[in-house]
Design a binder for this molecule. Structure first.
Ligand code: MLC
Ligand code: AMP
Length: 500
């Protein structure tokens, strides 16, 4: 397979990365020459590492660190910089990185600081030498692991999804095919850099195609407007971000985030607005289209499969669908017996299963979980969908009520329940997702307080989970009960909780 980054050495003066939401000179801009030089220097230093953890702050250092690992052929494990101690301990013992990559001066939590550290440079460490494609560089085999991305499941702690180089190349090329994504595009986003959406699509995408990433540092509608005005051609976001844009577009003039008219004009100027990681509600689609005349394009994917389907920007408007399969991906719907559903009637619901070169290779160190995830070579997504007559898929739900999508993050209910049970004032806990206009789903904790001692406060429990797992896993609502509803088998009846 050809190199993962065929454009890296071609146009050294071209901007590769821009970080910041100043809309002007305060942004940090790194051209391809500087990026390649910095990444090559770091790649040489880490060449013997077995596996590296990357402290994945929203910064150019994360991009250089991950690129260096990919150039060196060393698998990289991106780590959420807001990760709590419990989750960090799990990821480190599970993935056993030999080195941590971080920006010079970044303060690391104790468990990471205990590892050998390689500071990530933003300049070549051999200044003056021209950085060219190294003649002797051998690209690692395409099936070698490139990234290990942690993702929550229905039960237990997060699993490490091992993504080979091939899957990354295939998914990015499939998206280029579907969207006409080229090196002329300037991609704007504010996504976290430790998941597939922000890191693989949002960083490696522009770098593979030779374009520019403009990362805002943090999301704000005003920052999006300024970045698009400054030349952004594409916007990536999770539905929560588009919901917040729609709220501004619906507003009546100049708020803190700038005027609705300015945002509408900036969005109109973009070539492509793409939403993914969760369903974008029809109401938000409609508000954005009404204000800007632009349709948001939805694509559907998963950490284990990378991208599966997308709406075609040049096709008919299909809000509510996630489009048709990407060119390298086989998609099927199956019934409860895992028999293929042939109907494309927009009504017969089945599970989406996926096959193709875009798939992960395994859950790290979990052969049983890996085997369970497949049905005869087809990956079971757990997403339930229907297929329309023209082949468009519409996602209608999920197989498990124990997976919650909040703000585009996947969160396992069991993980939060186990964490809450560690709190001394909690006797029993159950976690569910409830509809939320902003987050899609909101994490709700149902708690039976311990018999002795004071009832814990909702804020305290949220902080407890945020500190051990991650802030986005904290319950947004806590409801106290005398007992959890259980069936004859002793299993908590979650549907009863949500609807009771
Ligand atoms: C609040 N905070 C706390 C806290 N309470 N921190 C610690 N303890 C507590 N008790 C802080 C947070 O740290 C943060 O600080 C602020 O409050 C708000 O945090 P949040 O809840 O995370 O922010 P929110 O506004 O809800 O974020 C919305 C969002 C975010 C959209 C920006 O959810 C987001 O970035 N989502 C993207 C998820 C994503 O990329 N998913 C892709 C997965 S890949 P501060 O400093 O910020 O104020 C995938 C595959 C595919 O799904 O198909 O793409
Ligand atoms: P993750 O495991 O975090 O990668 O999340 C993958 C899940 O996100 C999928 O299984 C879907 O449930 C959901 N998802 C991603 N994109 C979309 C979309 N466009 N519409 C609906 N759900 C989506």
């Amino acid at each position: 397979m050809p190199t993962l980054f065929p454009q890296l050495y071609k146009a050294p003066a071209r901007p590769a990365l821009r970080f910041g939401d100043s809309g002007g000179e305060a942004d940090e801009v790194i051209d391809y020459g500087r990026l390649a030089g910095a990444a090559r220097s770091l790649a040489l230093r880490i060449a013997d590492a077995r596996r590296v953890a990357v402290w994945a702050t929203p910064s150019p250092h994360t991009c250089v660190g991950v690129l260096a690992a990919l150039l060196a052929g060393v698998p990289a494990v991106p780590v959420n910089p807001r990760i709590g101690d419990g989750e960090l301990a799990h990821i480190l013992s599970d993935s056993t990185p030999s080195t941590v990559l971080a920006a010079p001066g970044d303060d690391l939590p104790e468990a990471l600081a205990a590892l050998p550290r390689a500071d990530v440079p933003l300049e070549s460490e051999e200044p003056g030498t021209e950085v060219r494609h190294p003649a002797d560089a051998t690209e690692p085999d395409e099936n070698r692991p490139a990234l290990i991305v942690y993702t929550s499941g229905t039960t237990g702690p997060p699993k490490g999804v091992v993504l080979p180089r091939r899957a990354i190349a295939v998914t990015l090329d499939d998206l280029a095919d579907a969207w006409g994504w080229t090196g002329d595009d300037v991609l704007v986003h504010a996504l976290p850099l430790f998941h597939v959406h922000g890191l693989i699509l949002g960083v490696l995408g522009p770098l593979r195609h030779g374009g520019t990433l403009h990362h805002l540092g943090r999301f704000s509608p005003g920052g999006v407007a300024a970045a698009l005005e400054a030349g952004g051609t594409m916007l990536f976001g999770v539905p929560t971000m588009y919901h917040r844009l729609a709220e501004v577009l619906d507003g009546d003039g100049a708020g803190r985030e700038g005027s609705a008219a300015r945002l509408a004009s900036a969005l109109r100027g973009a070539r492509l607005l793409v939403s993914g990681s969760a369903a974008l509600p029809r109401h938000d689609h409609e508000r954005i289209e009404a204000a800007t005349g632009r349709r948001v394009v939805e694509r559907y994917g998963m950490t284990e499969t990378l991208m599966i389907t997308s709406v075609r920007p040049d096709g008919a408007s299909r809000p509510g669908t996630v489009g048709t399969p990407l060119r390298s991906v086989d998609v099927r719907l199956v019934d409860e017996q895992e028999k293929r559903i042939e109907e494309s009637d927009g009504e017969t619901v089945g599970e989406i299963q996926v096959r193709g070169p875009n798939l992960f290779t395994e859950y790290l160190g979990r052969p049983d979980a890996t085997a369970d995830a497949f049905a005869g070579g087809w990956f079971r997504t757990g997403d339930m969908a229907v297929r329309d007559a023209d082949g468009h898929y519409r996602i209608v739900g999920r197989k498990s009520t124990d997976l919650i999508k909040s703000g585009g993050y996947k969160i396992g209910a069991g993980e939060i329940e186990n964490c809450l049970l560690g709190h001394p004032a909690v006797a029993e806990a159950a976690v569910t997702g409830e509809p939320d206009p902003d987050l899609g789903e909101r994490i709700v904790a149902w708690v039976v307080p311990a018999a002795d001692g004071p009832r814990p406060g909702a804020e305290e429990l949220a902080g407890y989970v945020a500190g051990r797992l991650a802030p986005h896993k904290r319950p947004r609502t806590v409801r106290f009960l005398a007992a959890l509803p259980r069936n004859d088998m002793g299993k908590v009846m979650k549907r009863e909780l949500s609807h009771g």
